[in-house]
Design a protein around this ligand. Sequence first.
Ligand code: IMP
Ligand code: MG
Length: 419
Amino acid sequence: MTTRYRVEYALKTHRRDQLIEWIKGLLAVPFVLHSQPTAVFEPHRETMEQMSMNAQRRYGEIMRDIEELINDHIAHQKAGTHDRSKLKLLVPSVATFFTPLLLHDAFVWQDQRRFISYRRFVPPSFNDIRLILNTAQVMSLVRGGPLELVTFDGDVTLYDDGQSLTVDNVVIPRILGLMRKGTRIGIVTAAGYTEGRRYYERLHGLLDALHASDLPVSLKQNLVVVGGESNYCFKFAEESPDLLKLVPRKEWLLDEMLLWQESDITELLDVAETALRDCINYMRLSADILRKERAVGIIPQSGTKFPRESLEETVLVTQKILEMSTVGRRLPFCAFNGGNDVFVDIGDKSWGVLACQRFFGGIEGGKTLHVGDQFLSAGANDFKARLACTTAWIANPAETVQLLDEIAELDEMQQRKTR
Ligand code: IMP
Ligand code: MG
């Protein structure tokens, strides 16, 4: 492998989202042509209002064009020729779209909040586009409503990394608000525990609030926790001391998951453990191996903060070794960087979301939204949820709250329109 290949391919493509980078490139053109950086020292050339109106119109036109390309891609998906769409040629990594994306309207919405078209020195950024895509997705879900299922990742999405969902978390009333409208909720987390008590410890703020709420029992039952990506399923149960009850695997496993052999699971975890041990040794990491029934990981010895590069190296090495192994081709797995740990889990979040959809009676991908923070193509565990449903990519728990407020506001507007 040449150095250039390693730098350009192995180390960069997994750290970029091709669709977002492509949109960023398209928006850079009107930014260059319409922004007025010289106005800083030539104040009378063009007013800010004129400049921003021009820029906004051009940005908006581009977003509408992309919207059309996505509609064309969806038409190809329906005809079974998605690999021949124009969008696929332009952005080879695009996969399935479960709904159209209202990109023009979403751009206007975010521009009113982020003043993108007023900026003269900073072009539309990765984060601007990520947030526009999230808004476009929820606009489409709300207009096509009702939104039947929302699944949430845990760490970084609902609470800070390694923390718990405590009673003061402002996301709680928003989740209860969704449940009041009949939306089902799944917490789909990598955290893999076999006992409800451990999930209660991590999620007690939400579970206690649901218990104490005046929601009818039928709606309270619309919450499940799927742990270890797709290995354990618990449902809300008021009669249980930890408010959760293990759901037997036969009630939620998908047919394909029944084919996963115990011997393969052990073999895959053995291969992963050896790879992780190698990484610990050659990078002299102060790490312990944690082997579980359905996962293996490295966790820091007390007080250690691993360098980001070591975590990424460990994920990429382990993933490559598993991909090349015969058992890695038989069994789905997920290797990811958890911020200060690396885990390999059996299965992945696509199975976790599919399990929630099945548990609630067969909800479609176009009526489901998964909210998560890890959407890079390697070393990230929410990425796979894109195979099962629509997604929103948030960067911290405050953005999750903002997104839920956006859904509520859009829903309110939609209700007013149909009244
Ligand atoms: P998520 O963001 O909710 O998917 O949680 C990811 C975090 O859960 C990881 O970074 C780990 O710190 C923690 N964790 C605990 N047990 C497991 C496990 O069995 N597999 C993967 N992650 C685990
Ligand atoms: Mg997370």
